[in-house]
Design a protein around this ligand. Structure first.
Ligand SMILES: [Zn+2]
Length: 329
């Protein structure tokens, strides 16, 4: 099985469906309506049914593998969905809607819509906190692009936000050193918001590392340790050593280079591939960069495993918002 676009799953909808069924249902079909497993499910065969329809004998509903997934009610053939899925996961910086439009022969609007659905499938919700005992988690915030003007005035109305970055889009990211990332686009990156993000998403046994920003002082108390580097004093890495029997060994390096590295991948990709991004969609692009970072080669993933991970992510998610030409921007 290769991610090469010559693979027949990218031309044949029956093969595409079988490939998807094997990823979504590794232990046989599961009813998306009531959760009944394969022993209560019958495959409907014969000419009366379109291929891939199953009957649940518990709740009597019928379903296919795309029911209650981001592919539900799409007119795009499943073979094209899989081609888009592989293209999005195989390229390091992402792929543009124009590229999908040209490669798959779907309209630009359809390509744009497909990509947003796939980004929704990349969203890794409901996971436990990052970090853990003896693990280092770096937290930092950055800004990317200008905030939507109406959002800024609304924000000013309900919570006075005195920051020179008030008109910029904030991004907060938490990164395990050598591990996963989780990023956020809060309306404002103020003390209350950042403390909530940090407290709810990092295991409290972790060792927190940040820059000297005042945003992290208070939440920092909730972790095993909180160490900072002073970027304003040109301090980027502080090496902490200990002496045992006259031998000096490095115990840890205090820095935020990992989270800054993540921000630079995100910004380079956004500038290079997705030049225009409405603020209301920024969280979806973050989900895409998070997904790619969390399934990177250094964590043991190859292109196929990354695609399979995304295929599993389509379940239980729906996107119902309108197409771009109808969207309020
Ligand atoms: Zn059922």
């Amino acid at each position: 099985m290769s991610a090469n676009l010559q693979n027949p799953i990218f031309q044949d909808d029956d093969l595409a469906r079988e490939w998807l069924e094997a990823r979504v249902w590794p232990n046989g079909p599961v009813c998306p309506h009531c959760g009944s497993t394969s022993e209560h499910v019958t495959r409907l065969t014969g000419t009366k049914h379109r291929p891939g329809v199953y009957q649940c004998n518990a709740c009597r509903e019928q379903f296919t593998v795309t029911v209650k997934t981001v592919f539900e009610r799409s007119k795009v053939p499943l073979s094209k969905w899989l081609a888009a899925l592989f293209l999005m996961t195989a390229s390091k910086k992402g792929v543009s809607a124009h590229q999908i439009h040209r490669s798959l022969g779907v309209s630009y609007k359809t390509a744009w819509f497909m990509m947003h659905r796939l980004r929704e499938a990349m969203r890794q919700g409901g996971l436990g906190p990052l970090g853990g005992a003896d693990q280092i988690v770096e937290a930092d915030e950055t800004y990317f692009g200008k905030a939507d003007k109406r959002r800024v005035s609304k924000q000013r109305g309900d919570r006075p936000y005195k920051s020179k970055r008030r008109n910029d889009r904030a991004v907060v990211a938490l990164v395990e050193r050598g591990g996963r990332v989780r990023s956020f686009h809060p309306a404002v990156a103020d003390g209350v918001t950042v403390a909530k993000i940090v407290n709810e998403n990092i295991a409290h046994e972790s060792r927190l590392m940040t820059d000297e920003s005042a945003l992290y002082i208070k939440p920092g108390d909730n972790f095993a340790t909180h160490e900072t580097v002073k970027h304003s004093a040109n301090e980027y890495v502080r090496v902490v050593t200990k002496k045992l029997n006259d031998i000096e060994t490095i115990t840890r390096k205090v820095h935020t280079n990992t989270v800054e590295g993540y921000f630079s991948i995100f910004k380079r990709g956004m500038r290079g591939v997705y030049q225009h991004c409405a603020e209301k969609h920024l969280h979806r692009y973050l989900a895409e960069y998070d997904f790619r970072y969390n399934t990177r080669v250094a964590l043991g993933y190859n292109d196929l495993m990354r695609a399979e991970e995304l295929a599993k992510g389509i379940v239980g998610k729906r996107l119902t918002y309108r197409r771009p030409h109808e969207a309020r921007l």
